[in-house]
Write a protein that binds this ligand. Structure first.
Ligand SMILES: [Zn+2]
Length: 395
């Protein structure tokens, strides 16, 4: 009797210990799920239960200084997405056939998307309305209304193609600015995305009592540049001509500034490129070798093509300041424009113990007037003018 009692006691004790151990393990597991995996699981559940589609805002327009000429504008297009789990099994192949036919896409790729177990897949971005109208008609005749979404989107369009290309820049597929004004003022131009939220059950089916919640997009703001398109067109025309006439293999730049305000009225870089096709090579030379290039080489060629050399490259102003020295000297009356043999170039001049050479030191310019010195861009003459000027001031 006593033995049996002891045995039972021990068994109860053991059972209690096992139950206790199970509780401890469960508590640890709950803690793990709650605190360690919690946020990740929450995100996954949210992704599974909501089928958000974003609505792209209309990107702001870019105008020239007149406020009338449009340099960059967003046109309305449409984006097609599907909710694979909402398309019934017997319709999957039919839907894939229709989508691939209408939008000229690869059937196998589309079918794979249609058969996925995800809540949303993008079929095609930024298509013209006539294409999506075809899809709408097909959906109506085949009575397939859920699982295929057609949402408004925008596409960037540049009415003047190559004009001011390096200043304006361009956008990527998601309407994000990638270069020029488009990237510098992206925050102002881009606006805020809107959203269509739908709550679904674990299998991706729509919960009937839940409506679509619609948050409208906020359009981006417009920008008016100081660039005047008439001035820009003239500058580009003559820059191109000058580059061709003088065989400038590296191209050239021109900046036109209003000296009173600092406004940039025109900024041109040659060769330019078409903003509506920013990934196409821009010169015949480049077009010929394009297909032979590796993708890395293509990227570096494109970056070179997009580069706004007028502001991205450094340039020593040097000789352009000879104009200022000459003007000051003329204003002070210490020289005249055409006095023959007024200056003499011996290939260099000594300033504070350092000899500064003329660019044509190997065959000095010899005797010149101020006009000739300007034409020759002769360094010693202008260094001499400055010291002559200073001497006058000191005396
Ligand atoms: Zn010289």
């Amino acid at each position: 009797m006593v033995d049996i009692g002891l045995n039972r006691k021990r068994r109860i004790k053991n059972s209690l210990f096992i139950v206790f151990l199970i509780f401890v393990l469960l508590t640890v597991r709950i803690g793990w799920i709650q605190f360690v995996q919690g946020s990740q699981l929450q995100t996954m559940a949210y992704m599974q239960q909501t089928m958000d589609r974003s609505i792209n805002p209309k990107r702001g327009t870019i105008y020239d200084a007149t406020g009338k000429t449009i340099l960059a504008v967003s046109a309305t297009v449409e984006t097609v997405t599907i909710n694979p789990t909402n398309i019934s099994k017997e319709n999957k192949e039919k839907v894939a056939t229709a989508l691939s036919n209408i939008f000229e896409l690869d059937y196998e790729t589309v079918l794979k998307k249609v058969q996925k177990h995800t809540s949303i897949e993008t079929i095609i971005k930024k298509v013209e309305k006539e294409k999506t109208d075809e899809l709408r008609e097909w959906m109506e005749t085949n009575q397939i209304t859920i699982g295929i979404n057609i949402d408004e989107d925008t596409k960037r369009y540049y009415p003047y193609n190559n004009l001011a290309s390096h200043v304006i820049g361009f956008c990527g597929v998601d309407n994000q600015g990638l270069d020029g004004i488009e990237v510098t003022y992206d925050e102002i131009l881009k606006g805020t995305k809107g959203k269509i939220a739908k709550i679904s059950d674990g299998t991706g089916g729509t919960l009937l009592d839940e409506e679509e919640r619609y948050t409208p997009a906020v359009d981006g703001k417009d920008i008016v540049l100081s660039i005047n398109m008439s001035a820009q067109a003239i500058v580009e025309k003559y820059l191109k001509q000058a580059c061709i006439d003088n065989k400038c293999t590296d191209g050239g730049n021109v900046i036109v500034m209003n000296p009173k305000t600092g406004d940039i009225l025109a900024m041109a870089t040659y060769p330019d490129y078409n903003l509506n096709e920013p990934y196409e090579p821009n010169t015949n030379e480049l077009k010929q070798i394009w297909e032979t290039l590796s993708s890395g080489e293509k990227t570096s060629k494109l970056q070179q093509m997009w580069r706004n050399k007028a502001i991205a490259d450094s340039y020593e102003p040097g000789s352009t300041f000879k104009l200022l020295t000459a003007s000051a000297a003329l204003e002070e009356g210490i020289t005249t424009t055409d006095k023959k043999g007024e200056f003499s170039c011996t290939g260099g001049i000594e300033v504070a113990g350092v000899r500064i050479r003329c660019w044509r030191y190997y065959r000095p310019h010899g005797s010149q007037s101020l006009r000739e010195a300007l034409m020759n861009s002769c360094n010693p003459v202008f260094i001499g003018l400055r010291s002559k000027n200073r001497k006058r001031k000191i005396l």
